[in-house]
Design a protein around this ligand. Structure first.
Ligand code: GUN
Ligand code: ZN
Length: 641
């Protein structure tokens, strides 16, 4: 029921189908109060919301509401046809210490009132609770989850991960919840973290929960209703949010923007053009009677939240979510702190990061140096087969560098540009994403300097001789300075370039099997390599937009000389005919694959006896295609003749 369409970072944008109704993810559920609803549901629907969340415990506890809900269902009760999710009373449990309903009864009740998505009665343990308490309450939550998972039901059900601020408890709880086959995974107990701006801990909680949960189900982050956190939480893999904040803040006379919140009295301008802000001045809003003011503020707040969710979805689609998170991190130092936490999780994040995107990589500050695109680049530098005894470092120039310098690597000289964003860029791979498509700053900060020194130093190891352009003196490179670049121009090197490209994109040794003895054909318009032939046979094209090596069927046959399961996606017997016919490979038919596969990478599709079926583009990372039950894993390109 959950299908990923686009990815960026650990974020997924896709569709969650609930009883025939479609939610586009990341999705925000407005919280609806069954007793006192500030914004009419018709209004919420008109704004474009296809689902809301309300509280089943409030309904359960009120004899009138309860009777009507049991008689006519929750949709009729609140007057909404879309997806209705309900919470279970955990929030009340957290605030009052107890609730007057049993865990299984409230789950049954949610099902009986025809809720679309119900939630178990988990126990939210607050941040900083003692370890013993966190563990004890977690055990009880997991017990309740197991019990709820056994109940017969028509509705979808969410199981919640608790564990307070203990990473290992979160991770363990998550893997236990993941085994119970819930329809939605929820992360709970984080409202106090959000209220106190403890975003770094929030990030850690999400990351550890996600590690245990896996990728197959949509993940709901409970109570994350303020738009400043949407981009960050989505980046870490949260798909569903709920917001009571739009209404609670309105009640306090507070005006929400994605950059922070203002008291109405503080505002002289309304920095928004939604229907409320277009039709009213600040003065008018302030002079309204309380109820009308609250309603209009709630509407603005909700629109502001919705806009941010749309911005996040757009950013996932175009691949600019890291940059959006960096922008939001400037709204408050606590968010910047959270962005810094991600440095410690770069290998997990790298596994989920697509290898190419629609948008360029923007350097937004020192944090960018630990983003997956950079971490991956540094790792992949070591995948490129070493050629040439002598290393030449050049300062950055206009891209493409080889054109600016009129030079290329050769069998003797391995030529690299020193980059303040990616450290070292060998000319062979300069036209591959994200190396071409990146923008940095001309003046360097300290972090960039030490980053460049480190990467350059490590890269130079093992070369017989190192030459560096005199402009790079400041890096303290151990080698010989020069000023005349032309001395390193020896010509040739097209096979070398192709091999480096393949190694960099497809892993060690890919260049040799794919391109040994290759000859290149150049585009007359751009002067760049367009196609590669081995012995007269076309083995790959090089995509102009991002420099990706796209193997033909002949190329794929060569790649299969790499040891199993390198470069491969293996499909089950029942999907073989479809793959052969050039159809998409669905994730549920993937039985094995190269663990190094990343989303947007070119892959070889084989059957279980390693027979070549087709080639295509992976839309998911390796671990996602192995876990997901829905959606396309490989978009077809060539089929076997
Ligand atoms: N709403 C806010 N936090 C929580 C939580 O931890 N669990 C549930 N079920 N609902 C919540
Ligand atoms: Zn507005």
């Amino acid at each position: 029921m959950f299908e990923i369409k686009y990815k960026d970072g650990a974020a997924r944008s896709g569709v969650f189908e609930v009883n025939g109704k479609i939610l586009e993810t990341p999705y925000l559920f407005p919280v609806v109060n069954p007793k006192r609803q500030v914004l009419e549901l018709k209004e919420i629907e008109r704004l474009g919301f296809k689902g809301v969340i309300t509280n089943s415990y409030i309904i359960y506890r009120d004899p009138g509401l309860r009777e009507r809900a049991l008689e006519r269902g929750v949709h009729a009760l609140i007057g909404f046809d879309g997806v209705v999710m309900t919470d279970s009373g955990s929030f009340q449990l957290y605030h009052y210490g107890s609730v007057e309903v049993s865990p299984s009864e409230i789950v049954r009740f949610q099902d009986n009132i025809n809720v679309d998505i119900g939630v178990i009665l988990d126990i939210p343990t607050p941040p900083d609770a003692g370890y013993e308490r966190a563990q004890r309450e977690l055990e009880e939550t997991v017990r309740r989850a197991e019990e709820a998972a056994q109940l017969d039901r028509n509705m979808l059900l969410a199981g919640t991960v608790q564990g307070s601020t203990y990473p290992e408890l979160r991770e363990r709880a998550a893997s236990r919840i993941a085994r119970l086959n819930f329809d939605v995974h929820a992360i709970g107990g984080v409202v106090p973290l959000m209220e106190d701006y403890r975003f770094a801990e929030l990030a850690r909680v999400i990351l550890h929960a996600k590690r245990g949960l896996g990728h197959s189900k949509p993940v709901h982050l409970f109570g994350a209703g303020h738009p400043v956190v949407f981009a960050l939480a989505a980046l870490l893999g949260c798909d569903l949010f709920d917001s009571a904040a739009y209404a609670l803040y309105a009640r306090d006379g507070r005006y929400i923007t994605p950059g922070g919140t203002f008291k109405l009295e503080e505002l002289r301008e309304l920095p928004c053009s939604c229907e409320v802000c277009a039709e009213h001045s600040v003065k008018e809003l302030r002079s309204l009677e309380a109820e009308e003011q609250e309603r209009l503020l709630a509407k603005h707040n909700l629109i502001s939240c919705l806009e941010e969710i749309k911005r996040v979805r757009q950013a996932i689609y175009e691949g600019s979510l890291w940059e959006l998170v960096a922008q939001r991190a400037r709204a408050h130092p606590a968010l910047l702190e959270a962005l810094r936490v991600l440095r410690g999780y770069s290998s997990w994040l790298e596994r989920l990061e697509p290898v190419t995107k629609r948008s360029a990589f923007f350097y937004t500050g020192a944090e960018s140096l630990s983003w997956p695109a950079v971490v991956r680049h540094i790792e992949r530098l070591s995948w490129i087969e070493r050629r040439g005894d002598e290393l030449v470092f050049l300062p950055e120039r206009e891209k493409p560098y080889s054109r600016s310098y009129r030079i290329a690597s050769s069998e003797r000289y391995h030529i690299c540009v020193v980059s303040p964003v990616f450290g070292v860029i060998p000319l062979e791979v300069e036209e591959t994403y994200p190396l071409t498509q990146h923008e940095g700053v001309a003046t360097l900060d300290e972090e960039q300097l030490s980053f460049m020194r480190r990467v350059v130093g490590e890269y130079a190891r093992g070369f017989k001789k190192v030459h560096y352009h005199a402009e790079l003196e400041f890096l303290g490179i151990d080698g010989e300075p020069f000023e005349d670049v032309s001395q390193f121009h020896t010509g040739g090197g097209e096979e070398l370039k192709l091999r480096a490209l393949a190694d960099y994109q497809l892993g060690r040794g890919a260049g040799e099997v794919l391109f040994a003895g290759a000859r290149a054909e150049y585009s007359r318009r751009t002067g760049r390599i367009r196609r590669a032939f081995v012995g007269g046979e076309l083995v790959a094209t090089i995509r102009a937009s991002d420099g990706m090596v796209v193997p033909t069927i002949a190329g794929a046959e060569r790649l299969l000389r790499l040891r199993y399961p390198r470069c491969r996606v293996v499909v089950a017997e029942e999907a073989v005919e479809f793959a052969k016919a050039g159809k998409s490979v669905f994730a549920r038919f993937v039985v094995d694959c190269d663990p190094e596969i990343r989303a947007m990478q070119e892959v070889v599709v084989v059957d279980e006896s390693d027979e070549l079926l087709a080639t295509g583009t992976a839309l998911l990372s390796a671990e996602e295609m192995l876990e997901l039950e829905r959606g396309i894993a490989v978009k077809p390109r060539h089929r076997r003749r």
